[in-house]
Design a protein around this ligand. Structure first.
Ligand code: NAP
Length: 271
């Protein structure tokens, strides 16, 4: 039997176990998926211990993604290295531990349900962990990304890094009035909309031609997505990113195509 799981703190709320269980059931993969709460100072020991115990793969969630990417004994794939964060560890058959960032590819696959990305203009709100993954994924795919953040200096710093692989600019939130109407794709990767029914994007900037993606998945139907639907735009909710980051992890670990529909159904049943 294969052993998979997730490390984080807190981790009790994680929706990954039912999603991966649904994938094992649909594909007949003989595996279990467990939650491990790991304190911040224990990350290196946890990863080494998992390897020694014969665990096959781990997802990594808040607040450990950056710490795992910085471990000497984790070999990073290109995207994980650029984003500076790991959300999937593959212990594989060899001694080498490989680190991936499937948040980035998950966000891309979520958007690709509704649109192509190459050559598109993206208005991205946020410059935290999720925004880093989205910005690199979309810029590497050939989109031009305008990053708007409450703390403008963080948007500028992220844009400087992203510019090494693609095209990006960093701004304060006031730029949204100007860039959103002309954008093709609008993404929220802030926490705005989770606690309160508010949107980080002015409703009157949203248009019918937009594809609007919100990384927030609690609630599923955020104020931003409601405003977008009212403007006639196409919407993609945050559960899709969660599904595809899990699907990519499943594919890395098992070498099989993930049963995306079953994983999506299991996740939405929990949400
Ligand atoms: P994070 O690293 O803490 O970043 C938070 C971001 O939100 C920063 O850009 C911050 O701006 C901004 N922000 C916070 N409060 C704000 C406010 N009142 N007004 C304007 N901006 C505000 O968080 P994260 O890990 O990137 O997570 C962001 C969201 O993405 C969360 O809802 C998380 O659940 C979601 N997420 C979803 C997935 C998925 O698979 N769907 C994966 C990862 C994350 P400052 O820099 O100015 O503080």
């Amino acid at each position: 039997m294969k052993l998979y799981g997730i490390i984080g703190n807190p981790v009790e709320h994680s929706l990954s176990p039912p999603m991966h269980a649904a994938a094992y059931e649909a594909t007949g993969v003989d595996a279990t998926y467990s939650k491990y709460r790991v304190e911040e100072g224990d990350v290196a020991d946890a990863v080494r211990g998992a390897s020694a115990l014969g665990i096959d793969g781990l997802n990594v969630t808040v607040p450990h993604k950056q710490a795992v990417a910085a471990l000497d004994d984790v070999v990073l794939d290109g995207t994980a290295e650029r984003v500076g964060a790991v959300n999937t560890l593959d212990f594989g058959e060899s001694d080498e531990v490989r680190g991936y960032n499937t948040d980035a590819s998950g966000a891309l696959r979520a958007l690709e349900r509704e649109t192509t990305v190459e050559g598109k203009r993206v208005a991205l709100v946020g410059a935290g962990g999720a925004a880093r993954a989205v910005a690199f994924a979309l810029a590497e795919e050939g989109a031009t990304v305008a990053i708007a953040n409450r703390t403008e200096s963080k948007a500028e710093a992220l844009a400087d890094e992203v510019n090494e692989v693609g095209a990006a600019g960093g701004y304060g939130l006031d730029v949204l009035e100007k860039v959103v109407p002309d954008a093709d794709i609008v993404v929220n990767a802030t926490t705005v909309g989770m606690e309160e029914d508010v949107s980080p994007v002015p409703a009157d900037t949203l248009r019918e031609h937009h594809v609007v993606f919100d990384a927030v998945y609690t609630p599923l139907e955020t104020r931003l997505l409601r405003d977008a639907a009212e403007a006639g735009a196409t919407t993609v909710d945050g559960a899709w990113m969660l599904v595809y980051q899990g699907a990519e992890a499943f594919e890395i670990w098992t070498g099989q195509d993930a049963p995306v529909e079953e994983m999506n159904e299991a996740l939405r049943a929990e949400l």
